[in-house]
Design a protein around this ligand. Structure first.
Ligand code: NAD
Ligand code: USQ
Length: 397
């Protein structure tokens, strides 16, 4: 298959691109390298040293028989170039990772809120409009988020894969059954953009028959995959800072440097998780099992397990002797929530989930220990607050 990977230089996109090339596909990475520029603006670097995209591609060419290509392009701003590329190259599928993906970054200021909305919504819409204008039948696989369903209002119900069965009352007292897109309840401006993406997909699928798979992914943990370990220049990024670092990788890295684990509030928040190796595998499975022409948007919950943040901290503390710090929560989120998720689509397609075992957790701690001297401890606290009262509360600590 010829596959465009939009955002293929990022944390999820890079190992995914490498895996697809490893499987023999013709991979073209399209990325504007904005994440590398945000690192510079925030004065923070990935804990693991990452090579330039040029060196990454050179290394991949040396270790494989299947080189990848790279095109620097902003999908939110360069519509005509994106369209021309689709028409010239005729990809079979396009994997779309190219969005601003950090909730705390999206909540830093009105400027980062506006950037996140402009970038994510325009990027997704440009892609859809370009596929329609090209007249080609291209399957889109989009990386969405479990956060579209929201956290806190499910009252023990299982979260379905995208669509909810509802009964609609009629004036004569009868009811009819319908499947609707699960109500959206975003918890940040970033998560809101993903709920807007869903509506764009619904519309373009209905109006233009675009074939789309939307992957509602949980929090990804781990760093490298077997394929990115083939050469040090293929090393994947490891975000640990208060804006881009995600909770489990942050705890593992904090444990590695004897920094008290930063639990927000009581740690009662429950979230969905997936290991990077499984994330890569799921994208491959989604590409290999596209929707039929005329089929509605396929939605898969791309997660393998749910955990409470406080329980995760305790597990990491037991494993590493780390201490735990319970901090005022900078986010406006439920103090605690349940999270029961249906993920049978990927299990039925053959995903064999990697669970949170001690060996894998220790592996991440070891990666973090190796690069301790690259950590800037000043960048660990989460200082992006969702509301002004939360900003005041975190300033006091
Ligand atoms: P990342 O920031 O590491 O990578 C995103 C990549 O997209 C970067 O290389 C960036 O330069 C590129 N990009 C952004 N805007 C672009 C644009 N307008 N044009 C071209 N390229 C652009 O993020 P990630 O962790 O790899 O996440 C990738 C996708 O997966 C995101 O859409 C995110 O919402 C989703 N996701 C990530 C996680 C996670 O835990 N990391 C979990 C669930 C879903
Ligand atoms: N948290 C802590 N301590 C920390 C960091 C986070 O307690 O040091 C808490 C947060 O308050 C939150 C939970 O951990 O309750 C998850 O935070 P996170 O930063 O790990 O994840 P989130 O902001 O939701 O975003 C990440 C990715 C995003 C993806 C999302 C999937 O950055 O791209 O969409 O995970 S999900 O969480 O399923 O919506």
């Amino acid at each position: 298959m010829k596959i465009f990977v939009l955002g293929g230089d990022g944390f999820c996109g890079w190992p995914c691109s490498v895996n697809l090339a490893d499987q023999g596909h013709d991979v073209v990475i399209l990325d504007n390298l904005s994440r590398r520029k945000i690192d510079i603006d925030l004065e923070v670097e990935s804990l693991t040293p990452i090579s330039s995209i040029g060196d990454r591609l050179k290394a991949w060419e040396e270790v494989s028989n299947n080189p990848m290509r790279f095109i620097q392009l902003d999908i939110a701003k360069e519509y005509q170039r994106l369209l021309d590329l689709i028409i010239d190259e005729k990809p079979d599928s396009i994997v779309h990772f190219a969005e601003q993906r950090a909730a705390p970054y999206s909540m830093k200021s009105s400027s980062t809120k506006r950037y996140t909305v402009d970038n994510n919504v325009n990027g997704t819409h440009n892609l859809l409009a370009a596929i329609v204008e090209s007249g080609l039948d291209v399957h889109i696989v989009h990386l969405g988020t479990m956060g579209v369903y929201g956290y806190g209002s499910h009252r023990g119900a299982t979260i379905p894969e995208g669509y909810l069965k509802v009964e609609v009352p009629q004036p004569d007292g009868t009811r009819f059954e319908e499947e609707i897109l699960h109500p959206a309840s975003p918890g940040s401006v970033y998560h809101m953009t993903k709920t807007l993406d869903q509506l764009l997909f619904l519309y373009y699928n209905k109006n233009d028959n675009i074939r789309i798979t939307d992957l509602h992914q949980g929090i990804v943990w781990g760093t490298n995959t077997k394929a990115t370990l083939k050469d040090p220049r293929l090393t994947n990024r490891f975000d640990y800072d208060g804006d881009y670092g995600t909770v489990l990788n942050r705890f593992l890295m904090q444990a590695a440097i004897n920094y008290p684990l930063t639990v927000h509030g009581t740690g009662g928040q429950t979230r969905a998780f997936i290991h990077i190796e499984d994330s890569v595998k799921c994208v491959q499975l989604a590409l290999e099992n596209p929707p039929q022409s005329g089929e509605r948007v396929k939605i898969f919950n791309q997660m393998t397990e749910s955990h409470q943040v406080g329980e995760l901290a305790k597990k990491v503390a037991e494993l590493t002797n780390a201490t735990i710090n319970y901090l005022p929560n900078p986010r406006n989120e439920a103090v605690e929530n349940d999270l029961i998720v249906d993920n049978k689509c990927f299990l039925e397609l053959g995903l064999n989930p990697t669970t949170l075992d001690n060996g894998l957790l220790t592996e991440v701690v070891d990666v973090a220990k190796r690069w301790t001297d690259r950590c800037d401890q000043k960048r660990i606290p989460c200082i992006s607050a969702w509301t002004s009262s939360q900003a005041k509360a975190i300033k006091k600590t």
